[in-house]
Design a protein around this ligand. Sequence first.
Ligand SMILES: Nc1ncnc2c1ncn2[C@@H]1O[C@H](COP(=O)(O)OP(=O)(O)OP(=O)(O)O)[C@@H](O)[C@H]1O
Length: 299
Amino acid sequence: MTSTLQISHLTKRFGGVEALADVSLSLAPGMRVALLGHNGAGKSTLMKIVLGLIPFDGGKVTVCGAAPGSAAARAQVAYLPENVAFHPALTGAEQIRHYLALRGQDPAGAGDLLARVGLGQAAGRRIGTYSKGMRQRVGLAQTLIGKPRLLVLDEPTSGLDPVSRRDFYALLDGLAAEGVAILLSSHVLTEVEARNDLILILSGGRLVAEGSLTDLRQQAALPVALRVTPAGDEAAALAEALPEARAGRDGILHLTCRQDQKLPLLSRIAGLGARVADLDLVPPSLEDIYSHFSRRDGQ
Ligand SMILES: Nc1ncnc2c1ncn2[C@@H]1O[C@H](COP(=O)(O)OP(=O)(O)OP(=O)(O)O)[C@@H](O)[C@H]1O
């Protein structure tokens, strides 16, 4: 299948600063990719290059087979910045009608676009009365004008509450299911866990990790934590049977083990039978994995 976005060995320097070094990635239609990285890691530079806003020094970039910034590429890519600004006195429908007219499209399509992002009911209200989540959805409706094949979203859910974030990602899921490729950056690491097919970690302009969350977990090989709750008055007996555990004030026993020791340890705990009331397995979070890769790169 032809890639929607193809980047090979991309390099970009600003004077003496190497903003991107040997970055390669490929987005197939319908793929959702999250770009993570510390401040100055190179996320915005990468997005600007994909949008054709700045030139690059080395490597190759194609957007739907065309050079970034070319008319062919621009027709296929849409961008949503972190903070969208619309005219507060215009209604959602007026604002989208305006953008449709600017793109030479029928303004009557505004209603459908707003309904698509869940703003059908609010289309006739002034944007000044919208919440931040609603304004972000107006932004998403704007990006959908012209049916782009690639969405570039710069921290699209920053400042949104958990419910608005979930709703926003549900919209992206629907678009991805229709074949739209999505490249988004985020600092809210926990939210990208379940919502993306591929996670990329940039550090100092280099891609230091790439994969699904499962791949990254395996590559990082961080310890797994277990919490064992003793049954009734079995705390002392359980602590004796699990001498490597640390007992918390609440009586719960805390253990950690390497990934490859997880199953033997679970089977040992299962063998303790009725002495165990409950068991929780806590895998390393994306925050842990992210710090692991960023630290490894000296950040
Ligand atoms: N126009 C510019 N001129 C000089 N240096 C720049 C320019 N734009 C970016 N840089 C440098 O390139 C590096 C990458 O910056 P970039 O803005 O891409 O990072 P980022 O990951 O988007 O960071 P943030 O999360 O803070 O937005 C940084 O060292 C930055 O200072």
